[in-house]
Design a binder for this molecule. Structure first.
Ligand code: NI
Length: 185
C-alpha cells in the first residue's frame, strides 16, 4: 500500500465527472487499499477517487470503524433534512454547515462485484452524500450561502500557499488538526 497525495481546492480533477467502473480489477483493488491508507493518515472518514487524482467512480467511507467501499454508488432513496458542520480532506481547515438528507439508501457495487444497498442515517448518511458529490465534481462549499462561500474562498487564498501544485502531501506520522472535532470527508 502507499500513501497518495490529496488534491486540494483549485485542482481541476476535483471538478471533473468520474467514469463508472465496468469491472473490479487488481488496479482498482490497489487504488481502494491506497485510499483507505491515505484516509486514515489524514484522519478522515471518507475519501473519493478524484481527491487522489483518479477518475474511477469509487469512494471509501469509514464511520464507527466500519470500512465501506462504494463503486458506482447512487442514492436511490432519501428523506428528511439535517444541518451539521462538515469538512473536506481537499479543503483543509475549512468547515461549514451543510443541509443534507437525514436518511439515505445507497446502491453500489462492492469489491467482489456484487451490488448491495445500504441504508444510513446521521454521520454515515452525510458521508455517503459528501463522497457521492465528489464523484460528480461537487464540493461541500457549493452549498454555502454566497457570503459564507466568499468568506471561505478568501481564507483559502492564504491557506492554499501550504499546498504547492494543489497537492497535499501526507506523512504516516502526520497529525492534521481536527481542532473542532469535525472529521473531514
Ligand atoms: Ni471531501
Amino acid at each position: 500500500m502507499s500513501l497518495l497525495e490529496i488534491h486540494v481546492l483549485g485542482s481541476p480533477v476535483l471538478r471533473t465527472e468520474t467514469t463508472p467502473v465496468a469491472r473490479v480489477t487488481d488496479d482498482l483493488r490497489r487504488l481502494v487499499d491506497d485510499m483507505f491508507e491515505t484516509m486514515h493518515a489524514a484522519q478522515g472518514i471518507g475519501l473519493a477517487a478524484p481527491q487522489v487524482g483518479r477518475l474511477e467512480r469509487v469512494a471509501v467511507v469509514e464511520v464507527d470503524r466500519e470500512p465501506i467501499v462504494l463503486i458506482n454508488p447512487e442514492i436511490v432513496a432519501e428523506s428528511g433534512s439535517e444541518r451539521a458542520e462538515e469538512g473536506c480532506l481537499s479543503i483543509p481547515d475549512i468547515y461549514g454547515d451543510v443541509d443534507r438528507s437525514a436518511r439515505v439508501t445507497v446502491r453500489a457495487m462492492d469489491l467482489d462485484g456484487n451490488v448491495f444497498e445500504r441504508e444510513a442515517t446521521d454521520l454515515l448518511a452525510r458521508a455517503f452524500q459528501h463522497e457521492i458529490d465528489h464523484l460528480h465534481g461537487k464540493l461541500f462549499i457549493d452549498y454555502l450561502s454566497f457570503l459564507k462561500r466568499r468568506g471561505v474562498l478568501a481564507r483559502w487564498e492564504d491557506l492554499k500557499e501550504k499546498y504547492p501544485g494543489q497537492r497535499r502531501v501526507l506523512s504516516p506520522a502526520s497529525t492534521p488538526s481536527t481542532a473542532d472535532g469535525v472529521e473531514p470527508l
